[in-house]
Write a new protein. Structure first.
Length: 308
């Protein structure tokens, strides 16, 4: 009993251990669930027996004027990944007031190249066709992606209709039955997070990657197709501004892809910026580096009048 009594006195007399201080959540975190309307899994296209879906995030109540919108494309080497993996990565853009359309596309195991390119081009057309319904401003449309999604953002934003990847996209009846033409579509900017810019470079040689071989498959014309789906083949004057982020120690997508893209855009007179993350790998950047990147992205978009 005396020992128990002493223990009790010690516990009462001992100062309480203070809980670690935590910063209170900011207004966006508290209010996002009420201020952003989420419309999940809207089917924007059917292909290869699959429904291709998009999650739509839009301010609520809707702004009085059409809102700038970002179409986002997930990574995964074209052979894996899912749009849901990027639900939190889009938060900085929602915080700034953008509408976001986060899309799925056919992976290599469902349909090899160029299916993913076709799907993303069709998603762009779907967003433009449905802009009024969701309050989007089609004149302030940004495409953005990470890794293979960065490649798809570039092909979605830079390819002309003449490249031939829009042919399976639905169109209105006046074109379907009365014409063989497909109208050009244009985006306002591309944000490319460490995307592939030369697919052929990943098929053979020192930079070969098996994920690219999986996506291209065993078709005899895979080298020609790899060139056709390479953004570097389509650099020309008049294409949208491009913002690129790439780590110079990326083990999966060579940093040289970003350098060559930047040089080609400069030569063509296209507004662009390359942010090199010193020592950065495949997106595994530090918190300070990410803060600087987001500030640079929003500054780039703001200079083009694309911020909400």
């Amino acid at each position: 009993m005396p020992m128990l009594f002493a223990l009790a006195l010690f516990l009462v007399a001992s100062p309480a251990v203070a809980a670690p201080a935590t910063a209170p959540p900011d207004t966006f975190v508290r209010d996002a669930g009420f201020d952003i309307e989420v419309t999940p899994n809207v089917v924007y296209r059917q292909a290869s027996g699959a429904d291709l879906k998009a999650d739509i995030y839009a301010p609520s109540p809707a702004p009085k004027r059409p809102n700038p919108v970002i179409i986002t494309m997930h990574g995964g080497g074209w052979v894996e990944g899912a749009k849901e993996e990027y639900n939190l990565i889009i938060l900085p853009y929602l915080e700034r007031g953008f509408s976001v359309v986060n899309i799925s596309y056919r992976l290599g195991r469902v349909a090899p190249a160029p299916a993913a390119v076709e799907d993303c081009r069709c998603a762009l057309r779907w967003v433009i066709a449905n802009a009024a319904k969701y309050g989007f401003d089609p004149s302030r449309l940004v495409v953005m992606g990470w890794s293979a999604g960065g490649h798809l953002a570039l092909t979605t934003g830079l390819l002309p209709v003449s490249a031939g990847f829009d042919n399976t996209c639905p169109t209105d009846d006046s074109i379907r039955w009365g014409s063989g033409e497909q109208a050009e579509v244009k985006v306002a900017a591309v944000v490319n997070w460490y995307g592939i810019t030369d697919v052929a470079d990943l098929i053979d040689g020192p930079n070969a990657k098996h994920y690219a071989l999986e996506w291209l498959g065993s078709r005899s014309d895979r080298i020609d197709l790899a060139r056709r789906v390479s953004p570097l083949q389509y650099i020309r004057a008049g294409i949208p501004p491009v913002f690129t982020i790439h780590g110079d120690a990326d083990p999966y997508v060579p940093y040289s892809h970003a350098v060559r893209l930047h040089a080609a855009l400069d030569k063509a007179g296209v507004v662009n910026r390359l942010v090199t993350v010193k020592g950065g790998g495949h997106g595994d950047f530090t918190k300070p580096q990410r803060r600087e990147i987001y500030d640079a992205i929003f500054g780039f978009l703001g200079d083009r009048g694309l911020m909400p």
